[in-house]
Design a protein around this ligand. Structure first.
Ligand code: AMP
Length: 113
């Protein structure tokens, strides 16, 4: 399967990996939008959040726990951070392998742009 994030998870494409375990990989976003901008992905290929099913419930919980771990390690847990998962065109999803953006280190606006 020709998926950019599967290839990063398989180490076929280099990335600045900051965390990895059996199920998850986290790496620096190549085009950071904040002082902290890390992407958390499951190694399992899931194209969009719409394809998440009941068998993935534990996996999705682990994604959030991994994001929390990164936020704590980067020192933004207390000050605040944003977790974002874009789905499909209008949200701006550009890579069709689910990923949680972990953004922190600056003040974010609401509503988002
Ligand atoms: P999204 O638009 O929500 O699908 O987010 C995709 C993210 O992947 C963007 O923030 C990109 O900057 C990031 N990205 C694309 N290619 C790479 C790459 N090779 N390594 C790290 N991040 C990437």
């Amino acid at each position: 399967m020709d998926c950019l994030f599967c290839r990063i998870a398989n180490k076929e494409i280099p990335a600045r990996i900051v965390y990895e375990d059996d199920l998850m990989v986290a790496f620096e976003d190549v085009n950071p939008q904040a002082p902290v901008h890390v992407l958390v992905i499951p190694k399992k290929h899931i194209a969009t959040s719409l394809e998440i099913t009941e068998v993935d419930n534990a996996l999705i919980g682990l994604m959030f726990q991994t994001a929390n771990k990164i936020a704590r390690e980067r020192g933004v847990a207390g000050s605040g951070f944003r977790m974002v998962m874009n789905c499909n065109k209008d949200a701006g999803q550009s890579v069709f392998h689910i990923h949680l953006h972990v953004l922190g280190g600056r003040l974010f606006q609401w509503p988002p742009g």
